[in-house]
Design a binder for this molecule. Structure first.
Ligand code: HEM
Length: 365
């Protein structure tokens, strides 16, 4: 590393000549200037710059999780970088309001000059989706065309390579699977948890049966709902059924990773589980923000072009709303909330496990 002191000018350091000479409204070039097109261009460019930063952060976090042993000290770094992504996402969601300062009529002044350009062609957006864990077979397609049809061969190859790499979803899954403490000589977390669930459900059944505030019909309805919850618990927590759901694509985290995520959530107050808990929370924030952006963008599109089709050839707002419902990556983390049980029903941890969870466990390579 060079310690040599160098100097640089603000303008050249930021390459502002290049950056500020990159806005060329087509409406101007075609002799019919539309005032709002500059905003439209700058908005998209700013988004692409933030996508670049998000990719930079995801790559660095993925590198921290690539090894089979992740140093605990690296987890706080990962949490900080992922937290930065959520802050960027907040900005991206917020900026849609700025886009909406352009009226639908203003947009029509230059929309016809944009054909067939579309957000579909954002390579970096696809890269973010892929690096987080969205796979081609899970995508909604439009006009039965593969999502990458809009890219040249080089870009397609880059996207395919990214798909073949381990995504954040897989890296987090693998890291969760290595969680210690799931089973010790005198403690089997999942067995203790299953018993606690049965006892909690028994108490709930008793409460429903004994109350005088519900009619028999209402009681029957509640008891049926409780039965469904029971089935859900047993389905998610049965390794064989879990594997079937994974095959179907309904679940993405493995059985072992799910159990580990559950342990982290249930006992997150134990010092050693604090950082893992923060990590899972920030990932859920990223997932939620992504969905919020998708909905917000779909709403804005509805306001701008109504039910018209998009310049990229999709059904427009309808397609975008569907992606918000379907393109979930870390949906399994929501399942964890379904599996949570009240603190009062939590299995007591044996002293030796409690002691270990009270100190930082540093793996030695
Ligand atoms: C007037 C403003 C906008 C309109 C009317 C609009 C419209 C649309 C439409 C209709 C689609 C669906 C694809 C198609 O058929 O073209 C789409 C996709 C997309 N747009 Fe926009 N958009 C606007 C602004 C933005 C901005 C500011 C961004 C920021 C980068 C953006 C990013 C995207 C992305 C990434 C997609 C692909 C989404 C996916 O396939 O999941 N859009 N847009």
């Amino acid at each position: 590393m060079s310690n040599k002191f160098t100097s640089v000018h603000y303008h050249s350091y930021l390459e502002l000549d290049k950056l500020l000479d990159a806005q060329h409204p087509r409406s101007v070039a075609l002799g019919n200037p539309a005032h709002e097109e500059t905003l439209f261009i700058i908005m998209h460019q700013v988004y692409e710059l933030w996508f670049k930063q998000i990719i930079h952060e995801i790559k660095s976090v993925a590198a921290l999780f690539e090894d089979d042993l992740v140093d605990e000290r690296e987890i706080s770094k990962a949490v900080a970088r992922l937290r930065r992504i959520t802050e960027i996402q907040e900005l991206l969601i917020q900026q849609i309001k700025l886009m909406e300062t352009m009226t639908p009529m203003d947009f029509l002044d230059f929309r016809h000059y944009l054909f067939p350009a579309s957000g579909f062609q954002s390579f970096q957006f696809r890269m973010v989706e892929i690096m987080l864990g969205l796979r081609a077979k899970e995508r909604l397609t439009y006009n039965k065309m593969p999502f990458d049809i809009v890219f040249d061969e080089k870009k397609k190859a880059e996207l395919h390579e990214a798909e073949s790499n381990r995504s954040m979803l897989q890296l987090i899954n693998d890291w969760l699977e290595r969680t210690p403490f799931l089973e010790t000589d005198n403690f089997n977390f999942i067995e203790a948890y299953k018993e606690a669930v049965q006892s909690m459900l028994r108490k709930e059944k008793e409460a429903i049966s004994n109350t005088t505030l519900l009619t028999d019909e209402m009681k029957a309805g509640r008891l049926k709902m409780l039965g469904d919850t029971d089935t859900y618990f047993s389905t998610v927590l049965d390794p064989v059924k879990h594997a079937e759901f994974m095959k179907e694509g309904t679940l993405k985290f493995s059985y072992k990773a799910t159990i580990a995520a559950l342990l982290i959530h249930l006992y997150r107050e134990e010092p050693i589980l604090q950082l893992p808990y923060q990590l899972l929370s920030v990932i859920l924030d990223i997932e939620e923000n992504f969905t919020t952006w998708r909905y917000r963008h779909a709403q804005m599109v509805l306001r701008m072009i109504g039910r018209k089709t998009g310049t990229g050839g999709s059904s427009g707002s309808e397609y975008l709303s569907k992606t918000a419902q379907k393109h979930h990556i870390f949906a399994d983390l929501y399942n964890i909330s379904t599996l949570l049980i009240p603190r009062s029903d939590l299995p007591e941890l044996p002293d030796d496990v409690k002691q270990k969870l009270g100190f930082y466990y540093t793996s030695t390579k």
